[in-house]
Ligand binder design. Structure first.
Ligand code: SAM
Length: 283
């Protein structure tokens, strides 16, 4: 955390008081489970690494608990929130942040991030799980690669976090693992019990940290998606059966040299990329 907190940030009233004053009871329709513990929020804000002077894009700031922690690191934050009830509280925070926080009212699914942000950013978010997964897929399937974001630090239901980082030959290994790992490096950075949130969700949560990596430029993301969707569509079947669901899937399998008696969950990420590379000219 920076030693030089602007006086406005240092003098902020407690989050609970802000929530009470603005009547921000958590709403199910917005998937709202708020975080209050400043130590925990500081830990989450440290997941991306040193953020002082960096640009951060926060999705779903709600009443601003995580936003405060991000500002304490010295980052410049652009936050997008769709619940208009939160905007007055966020406006107070923006004033205290002395130019380091700008808030956009809107749906993160519809934001043209590079245009809004004006440069590479770290993405940090505690989002409703369904929105988080949809955005993750959007950010991972960006073309061209390397993407405009420097890192993703995202809260997920723990079970989804485990699917993102899963290794081959495990039940959790599937489309999400292949998509996340063929051109990025994901890791589980923090686990959180339900009691960390108000109201508590039914399941454990985890923050996943993902950094983009070098990726083969000759394999389109759509090919990786199609091949993995077909292979895992019937994950208990041998590839020579499951890949029938993909036009020319069996030709790609033959060209790849991968044994058709294997099942999808035994293939490494590199083997999926090879399969996608062989399928691309046939598709
Ligand atoms: N970041 C706060 C925290 O950690 O306490 C709030 C987390 S709450 C789980 C998720 C927030 O995301 C809510 O404030 C909700 O209104 C907002 N949200 C949900 N869907 C959104 C979307 N599509 N675009 C922008 N914000 C969204």
């Amino acid at each position: 955390m920076t030693d030089t907190l602007p006086p406005g940030l240092a003098a902020l009233p407690p989050l609970r008081e802000v929530i009470a004053r603005h009547g921000l009871s958590a709403k199910k329709a917005f998937g709202q489970n708020f975080l209050f513990d400043a130590n925990l929020l500081d830990k989450i804000a440290r997941v991306p690494g040193v953020l002082a002077g960096e640009r951060v894009y926060e999705v779903g700031p709600g009443p601003g608990g995580l936003t405060r922690a991000l500002l304490r690191t010295g980052a410049r934050v652009t936050a997008v929130e769709m619940d208009s009830r939160c905007l007055p509280a966020l406006a107070e925070l923006a004033e205290a942040a002395e130019g380091r926080l700008s808030v956009i009212e809107g749906d993160a699914m519809r934001i043209d991030e590079p245009a809004v942000l004006g440069g590479p950013a770290h993405i940090v978010a505690n989002l409703p799980y369904n929105v988080g997964t949809a955005l993750l897929i959007r950010w991972l399937t960006a073309d061209p690669w390397t993407p405009w974001w420097r890192s993703l630090s995202l809260m997920f239901q723990k079970e989804v976090a485990e699917r993102i980082v899963a290794a081959p030959n495990t039940d959790a290994y599937g489309r999400l693992a292949v998509l996340a790992q063929w051109r990025a490096r994901p890791r589980i950075a923090l686990s959180l019990p339900p009691r960390a949130f108000i109201p508590p969700p039914k399941v454990d949560s985890a923050v996943v940290h993902i950094v983009p990596a070098e990726a083969p430029a000759d394999v389109p993301v759509s090919a990786v998606e199609r091949v993995t969707a077909a292979a895992f569509g019937q994950r208990r079947k041998m590839l020579r059966a499951s890949l029938k669901a993909l036009p020319r899937g069996l030709e790609a399998l033959a060209a790849s040299g991968i044994d058709g008696a294997r099942r999808a969950e035994t293939l490494s990420i590199d083997e999926f990329v090879t399969l996608a590379r062989c399928w691309t000219p046939l598709s």
